[in-house]
Design a protein. Structure first.
Length: 356
């Protein structure tokens, strides 16, 4: 506008053969004539005539002021201010970012809204298909066809949310050595990934005996999405052996005539010794007696105890008894006996079974 005012202030000077001061200038200011292509461009045509003291009028002097618009629009929106970072599952935030646009200004065009947006396609990251970028660009053109520089918006899609394990998760527990559960079939969910690999690891530690029936199992399930977000779940199983061995005691033995008839005890007497966890069962044999003689109605009783022990120290006692009873039982039956000092009868004597 300053340059236009300067141009409009210009005027020609005239000379005359007789009039030394031809200053009687008559200016006709032309109106702005807009270009058909651009309303901001066009021309002003100004004309002057001058009359000397004798009334002689000069030829017209013409001035043409050409108005042009060669300046590109500029962006009043600050560069990078429309960039956004959005979580891969947040469709609402992505839509809001895509709806943003920059604002431009122009030296002549007061309404530069002729925006031309080029929406870029999603470009996935090489490491993770859920992450990547959208690159959108705008240019704007003023009424005179001047095109702005390109304004760029980058929308970054990221995956920073960890997966989660779903369903009923296995809890820590204490179990018998013969009832250790199978590993749980875990399932995981993620905000962006559909199929998640699950890695299972089991560590056996804190073994408390030589046959390994008491120990700790630490089970760990780990999964991660393609964004590198990882989560683990740990279950601790304490395994204990609290069940004693089993077996059947030999049958009790009675009516033995002598302690010498009692056989020696042996672990092999227990034919069906078994344990719920350990294969081997230790069998100890111990004999005690009641101190009886085994004669004259005083029974001699030997108590044989078989102690079954597994490697966790659980014990079972099986008891067998041997009874010695050396009894003499005599019965007599008199037949045809007379009492005149003669022995003309008989007596039949029988012994009870096993008597001497």
């Amino acid at each position: 506008s300053q340059a236009l005012a300067t141009a409009q202030a210009l005027f020609p000077t005239a000379i005359d053969a007789c009039d030394t001061s031809v200053a009687n200038i008559d200016k006709i200011s032309g109106e702005f004539k807009a270009s058909t292509e651009c309303k901001n461009a066009g021309t002003y045509t100004n004309t002057w005539t001058v009359t000397d003291a004798c009334g002689n009028i000069s030829e017209k002097f013409t001035q043409i002021i050409t108005i042009q618009d060669t300046t590109k629009p500029t962006w009043s929106t600050e560069a990078d201010s429309l960039n956004r970072t959005v979580e891969c599952s947040n469709t609402q935030a992505l839509a809001a970012a895509q709806a943003l646009f920059p604002v431009a200004t122009d030296a002549c065009d007061t309404n530069v809204t002729n925006l031309d947006k080029v929406s870029g396609e999603f470009k996935a990251s090489e490491e993770c298909g859920n992450a990547g970028t959208y690159t959108n660009t705008w240019t704007v053109k003023d009424d005179c066809g001047n095109i702005s520089e390109t304004f760029t918006q980058i929308i970054t899609i990221q995956d920073t949310t960890k997966p989660t394990f779903v369903g009923n998760l296995p809890s820590d527990s204490t179990v018998s050595c013969d009832a250790v559960p199978e590993p749980f079939n875990m399932e995981a969910s993620d905000n962006c990934n559909g199929d998640l690999p699950i890695v299972f690891k089991e560590v056996k530690s804190d073994v408390k005996n030589e046959c390994g029936t008491e120990y700790t199992l630490t089970r760990t399930w780990t999964t991660s999405d393609c964004g590198g977000n990882s989560i683990s779940y740990t279950q601790v199983i304490t395994v204990r052996d609290t069940t004693p061995p089993t077996g059947t005691a030999p049958s009790d033995v009675a009516n033995l005539q002598s302690a010498a008839d009692i056989p020696a005890g042996s672990p092999a007497d227990i034919k069906d010794a078994a344990d719920n966890c350990a294969g081997a069962v230790n069998i100890a044999v111990n004999d005690t007696n009641n101190g009886g003689t085994g004669c004259n109605g005083e029974s001699y009783i030997l108590t044989r105890t078989y102690t079954l022990t597994d490697c966790a120290g659980n014990k079972t006692e099986l008891v067998q008894t041997f009874t010695v009873e050396n009894k003499v039982s005599v019965s007599g039956i008199a037949t045809n006996v007379s009492c005149q000092g003669k022995s003309d009868g008989s007596i039949a004597v029988t012994s009870s079974p096993g008597s001497t």
